[in-house]
Design a protein around this ligand. Structure first.
Ligand SMILES: [Zn+2]
Length: 84
């Protein structure tokens, strides 16, 4: 049962991150964006579930973050489409 619970929490992680982001929006940061170089990026948890936790984070500006989220939403939709 514990393994099931752990897996469920793991599966829900990106959705929780998304829910938080939807409430908070995309605040501008002061770091350099990994994609476009804009100096309005901040480090955020991505909608990914890499084994290496470090890989689940990226420094993106609000615009690139929005694109990244849309991209991962599609990947997740495909994923759930395959298993359901
Ligand atoms: Zn950017």
């Amino acid at each position: 049962m514990d393994i099931f619970k752990q897996q469920l929490q793991k599966d829900m992680a990106p959705h929780m991150a998304r829910a938080l982001r939807d409430i908070q929006g995309y605040p501008e940061g002061t770091q350099e964006c990994e994609r476009c170089g804009a100096l309005t990026a901040c480090r955020r948890r991505q909608r990914t579930l890499y084994e290496d936790e470090e890989s689940n984070w990226a420094t993106l500006c609000p615009a690139c973050q929005k694109e990244a989220d849309a991209y991962w939403d599609e990947r997740w939709a495909e994923y759930y489409g395959m298993i359901l």
